[in-house]
Design a protein around this ligand. Structure first.
Ligand code: PLP
Length: 406
């Protein structure tokens, strides 16, 4: 007699973005004459850069000839891509990471979900609050999180590290000791980033306590301030306590192409067991999820033309961030983020919940954002807008929001 994994049943019924989708659909049906502008979901809008398109075309042609055809990709990913990553993302910053520590995948979502599987079932997790929901959800499915309290939106066996304006959105070291610490910097949804000194405190703490930091650097390309590290391995001692997750989605527009990688340093060990060897046996080893064609496109990100073109793409989105930030300030809102990340985090007006503000913005300005409470209990009272729209949509949305205040 089979039974389902009951941990799956513990996940709260409706995913944040499906609730948003339903509300927007209902609004559109009731108001067919209104144009809704979406500054909610974190998908990109700009087309792939020419250098990437060229690499894709070339790789497709190679696949059509017997001499250059490629079948299953190597376990860790093609060496040409892993070497480009090591040079472009690490050596260029004076950071020590090796090609056999890079595991190419089809995106950071799958890796950030699956990485918990190489740790003991009883591991205690700590998460920044609010944060990208995948970290908690994957641990719910693995049975680590205890019971859900719908009233507080918290799990009994998760250590929450609030990031609010009161602590300048920097998580404090927790009182209870975690085994796994998820840190996302620059953070989705807050749009804030830790400085190197702030992150070093966490690296020292993890080494002292024997914990592992799972560091999500998906938004690294948006860092503009010099004191913000681009990789956790810029911090001393991180090779013995940190795994890094990276994505090509937001720096190169690969949300629909799918490519990412995870770094598991060989110095990271439990006794004499290297975590690097455990991750080598992860689900989907052998094919690693990313096709040859896509890995070729990924390598184009690190060419001089690719870098130049993608810098412009990031600047395009960050111009939107500036427009949103300034527009919101002009409209009288308290605004955070948007400097080292494509996310703007605003405080909702006194007396409103973040879902009430969602409805208010949809009904009055016809603009869609994301309620902060969807990212964790400390997100209540906040709201996220993203800079991934077009210039035209972003400007139009801000004009509507500013007009509400007049
Ligand atoms: N990590 C963070 C913090 C994200 O916000 C996202 C996507 O929004 C991802 C990972 C997923 O990246 P990918 O598209 O590579 O799966």
């Amino acid at each position: 007699m089979f039974h389902v994994n009951e941990n799956y049943l513990k996940l709260p019924g409706s995913y944040l973005f499906s609730t948003i989708g339903r509300k927007v659909r209902e609004f559109q049906e009731a108001n067919p004459d209104k144009t809704v502008i979406r500054l909610g979901i974190g998908d990109v809008t700009q087309p792939l850069a020419p250098a990437i398109i060229q690499a894709l075309h070339d790789a497709v042609d190679e696949m059509g000839k017997a001499e250059t055809f490629h079948g299953y990709a190597p376990d860790l990913g093609y060496e040409f891509l892993r070497n480009a990553i090591v040079e472009g993302d690490y050596r260029a910053r004076g950071v020590e990471v090796y090609a056999d520590e890079i595991f190419v995948s089809d995106g950071a979502k799958i890796d950030s979900s699956n990485i918990q599987e190489i740790f003991a079932p009883e591991s205690r997790i700590a998460v920044c609050d609010p944060v990208y929901p995948v970290y908690v959800d994957s641990n719910v499915m693995a049975g680590r999180t205890g019971d859900y309290d719908a009233e507080t939106g918290t799990w009994s066996n998760v250590i929450y590290m609030p990031c609010t304006k009161e602590n300048n959105f920097v998580p404090q070291l927790p009182e209870e000791t975690p085994d796994l610490i998820y840190i996302c910097s620059p953070n989705n949804p807050i749009g804030s980033a830790m400085t190197k000194d702030q992150l070093q405190v966490w690296v020292d703490y993890a080494n002292e306590k024997g914990a592992v930091i799972l560091f999500d650097a998906a938004y690294e390309a948006y860092i503009s301030e010099d004191n913000v590290p681009h990789t956790i391995y810029e911090c001393e001692g991180a090779r013995t306590c940190a795994i890094e997750l990276k994505s090509f989605s937001k720096n190169a527009g690969f949300t629909g192409v799918r490519l990412g990688y995870t770094v598991v340093p060989k110095d990271l060990k439990d006794g004499d067991v290297m975590l690097n060897s455990l991750w080598a046996r992860r689900h989907g080893t052998k094919y690693n999820g990313a096709p040859y064609i896509v890995q070729k496109a990924g390598a184009a990100v690190y060419t001089p033309e690719g870098k130049e073109q993608l810098k412009k793409q990031v600047a395009y989105y960050m111009e939107n961030a500036r427009v949103i930030k300034e527009g919101l300030k002009e409209a009288g809102y308290e605004v955070f983020g948007g400097v080292n990340a494509p996310y703007i985090w605003l405080k909702v007006p006194e007396g409103m919940t973040s879902w009430q503000f969602f409805d208010y913005l949809l009904e009055t300005a016809n603009v869609v954002g994301t309620p902060g409470s969807g990212f964790g209990p400390s997100g209540e009272g906040y709201f996220r807008l993203t800079a991934f729209g077009t210039h035209e949509n972003t400007a139009a949305a801000m004009e509507r929001i500013k007009a509400l205040k007049k």
